[in-house]
Write a protein that binds this ligand. Structure first.
Ligand code: BDR
Ligand code: CA
Length: 312
């Protein structure tokens, strides 16, 4: 299995991504979950991460709190999508597992410094503040990073927080710029992919039919999440963004994309956080990421159903 660090701002779709990872030990070994301010403020994202790990039956997972605001801009949150708690929908338990004392960025740096070359994959599912801060503070950690696979951006699909920007990149475009310019192997799951991974009624019913707590919570989370996006993307259901990152680590053949140049807009208020993707190769800017464009959505949901059914 690959060693991974999940950097996240749960978020119902982050929750499903964490569940998928914890349910898939033959493919991924979750070294830790680092949390960042994003969908909701940090005190909630760190708490939510612990609720999710406990729900999955993995209370020994290391959970850290990281940056509570973007590098250069005030925090923008998304309660209008995720609800007040960030995990609205089902009744939530109060977590009993601990939050680690160390700051997430310090732990990321220490962990990467202690790791062999190219041995850890970073999986950012929220704004890139923690990852960019670590890369800035300790550029030597790049040696240990095998790859970064993140959810963020959008090109043909447009934006979901402004007409041109996707939420994770918009919240901290300066952090995203650092990550996209890092020179590290980068795979991106943009809205172009996630808007094809829709939680149709049949798919959500599959979760509910598991008859487990995880199945019920997943169905209630996706039901809640859906009310915001319903009808917007051409069929019933809402995009299930973040689990595509983990699915890619397990079954990369579910996705197709192009190795292209992507630059982040950090100047213009109008298009702040836009991922300017040179999909057609019209510039001579060097490719810096694999930008996915398509997903086998039925295969993706089949994988989710198979793996989540393993949890209690
Ligand atoms: C991204 O923003 C958040 O609201 C979701 O959790 C996902 O990471 C989608 O734009
Ligand atoms: Ca997220």
């Amino acid at each position: 299995p690959r060693n991974i660090i999940i950097d996240t701002d749960p978020g119902q779709d982050d929750a499903v991504a964490i569940l998928l990872a914890l349910a898939s030990p033959e493919d991924v070994n979750v070294l830790g979950v680092t949390t960042v301010a994003g969908n909701v403020p940090l005190d909630l994202t760190q708490k939510n991460a612990r609720i999710i790990c406990e729900l999955a039956g993995f209370p020994d997972t290391l959970v850290f709190a990281g940056c509570d605001r973007p590098l250069n801009r005030p925090l923008v949150t998304a309660e209008h999508v995720h609800g007040k708690t960030g995990l609205d929908g089902p009744q939530l338990a109060t977590p009993t597992m601990p939050l680690q004392d160390q700051h997430a960025v310090d732990w990321i740096i220490d962990t990467l410094r202690a790791a062999p070359e190219k041995s850890i994959t970073l999986c950012p599912l929220g704004p890139l503040t923690n990852i960019a801060t670590a890369l800035q503070r300790a550029p030597d950690i790049k040696l240990a990073i095998a790859e970064i696979v993140l959810m963020g951006g959008g090109f043909f699909a447009g934006g979901n927080i402004t007409p041109t920007a996707e939420f994770n990149i918009y919240v901290d475009p300066h952090a995203a710029d650092i990550v996209f310019k890092s020179g590290l192997p980068l795979t991106v799951m943009p809205l172009d992919v996630t808007h094809k991974a829709l939680t149709t009624k049949a798919r959500v019913d599959t979760f509910r039919a598991m008859g487990t707590e995880v199945g019920r919570m997943t169905a209630e989370w996706t039901d809640f999440f859906e009310r915001f996006d319903k009808g917007k993307y051409g069929s019933d259901g809402a995009p299930l963004h973040d689990p595509t990152v983990i699915a890619y680590l397990i079954a990369p053949s579910l996705f197709t994309g192009r190795h292209i140049n992507v630059e982040i807009e950090t100047q213009s208020e109008l298009t702040m956080g836009m991922t300017v993707a040179d999909w057609w190769g019209v510039t001579d800017r060097a490719p810096n990421c694999t930008f996915m464009g398509d997903i086998d959505a039925d295969g993706f949901f089949a994988l989710l159903a198979e793996r989540l059914a393993r949890l209690g």
